[in-house]
Design a protein around this ligand. Structure first.
Ligand code: DX5
Ligand code: ZN
Length: 240
C-alpha cells in the first residue's frame, strides 16, 4: 500500500521527518524527470535507495516557471510507494494546501518570503495531518523563522534560486545549514545543485535530506541516486 494513502490519523502516526532520526536520505526531485512517465521515474530512483519524492510546485508568480499541482500529486501518490514532499514555490499557498493534503502527500513546505501569516499556514498543514516545512531562499536569513520553529517539522535550505533545475550549488549555503542546525533539531533538507560532490559538504554541516533533480535523472536514476546517498552517508559516518 502506498505510504501516502493512509487516513489522516494514520498519517499522523506515520510521519516521515519525525521518524528520520539521524539518517541521511535521498529525495529525487521530479522537476528533472520525464513527466510522461513520472511514476516509473520515481521507481527507478527508489531502486537506488530514494526514500522520499520531492515534488516541485511552481506558479509563474513566485518563480518564473510553471509545473504541476495537486491533481498530479494525487495520481503519483496513488501510483508509487514512496511518500511525497510537496515544495510549494507559489504565492497564496493557503489556497492549494487543502488540495495537496487531500492528494495524500506527507509533507508540505512553503516559502516564507511569500507567506503573510506563516503561523497560520503551518498550522493549516499540520491540522491536515501533514508535516509542515519552510523552504528558505538563498538570501533569506535563518533568523527569519526563529519564531516559527515550534510549528515546523523540517527546513528546506534552497541552495539555488528557486525556479529551475540544473543550477550551480551556492557554496555559502553550507554555513547556513550549519547555523540552522544550531537553532533546531528538525531535519534539514538541501535543495539545488546537489551531487555526489556537494552532498558531503551539506551533510557535514548537518543536512539529512539530499534533494537532487538533474544529478539523478541525467543518467540511470538508480545508479545516480545511490551515488549521492552513499556520498552523504560516508560524510555522516565521518562526522558522527
Ligand atoms: C528548484 C527546485 C529544486 C530543483 C533542484 O526550484 O526547488 O527542487 O528541482 O534541481 P537540481 O537538483 O537540478 O538543482
Ligand atoms: Zn524543490
Amino acid at each position: 500500500m502506498a505510504f501516502a494513502r493512509h487516513s489522516t490519523w494514520e498519517a499522523a502516526l506515520l510521519t516521515f521527518f519525525g521518524r528520520l532520526g539521524g539518517r541521511v536520505v535521498g529525495a529525487p526531485s521530479i522537476l528533472a524527470a520525464d513527466f510522461a512517465e513520472l511514476a516509473e521515474e520515481v521507481r527507478r530512483a527508489e531502486r537506488g535507495g530514494a526514500e522520499l519524492v520531492h515534488f516541485d510546485v511552481m506558479d509563474n508568480h513566485f518563480v518564473p516557471n510553471l509545473t504541476v499541482g495537486p491533481a498530479v500529486a494525487a495520481s503519483l501518490a496513488a501510483a508509487v510507494d514512496l511518500p511525497i514532499d510537496a515544495h510549494l514555490q507559489i504565492t497564496n499557498p493557503d489556497n492549494l494546501i487543502p488540495a495537496f493534503i487531500e492528494a495524500g502527500v506527507v509533507g508540505i513546505s512553503v516559502q516564507p518570503e511569500v507567506v503573510t501569516h506563516l503561523h497560520r499556514t503551518l498550522g493549516m498543514i499540520r491540522a491536515g495531518g501533514c508535516e509542515a516545512g519552510v523552504a528558505l531562499n538563498p538570501t533569506t536569513p535563518p533568523r527569519q523563522i526563529v519564531w516559527a520553529l515550534p510549528y515546523v517539522d523540517y527546513v528546506n535550505v534552497m541552495s539555488v534560486n528557486p525556479g529551475f533545475g540544473g543550477q550551480r550549488f551556492i557554496p555559502e549555503m553550507v554555513e547556513k545549514v550549519r547555523q540552522l542546525k544550531e537553532m533546531t533539531d528538525v531535519p534539514i533538507e538541501v535543495d539545488g545543485g546537489i551531487t555526489s560532490e556537494t552532498a558531503p559538504l551539506v551533510v557535514e554541516a548537518g543536512a539529512q535530506v539530499l534533494i537532487a533533480g538533474s544529478a539523478v535523472f541525467k543518467g540511470d536514476p538508480a545508479t545516480e541516486m545511490r551515488r549521492i546517498i552513499e556520498a552523504g552517508e560516508r560524510a555522516s559516518q565521518h562526522f558522527s
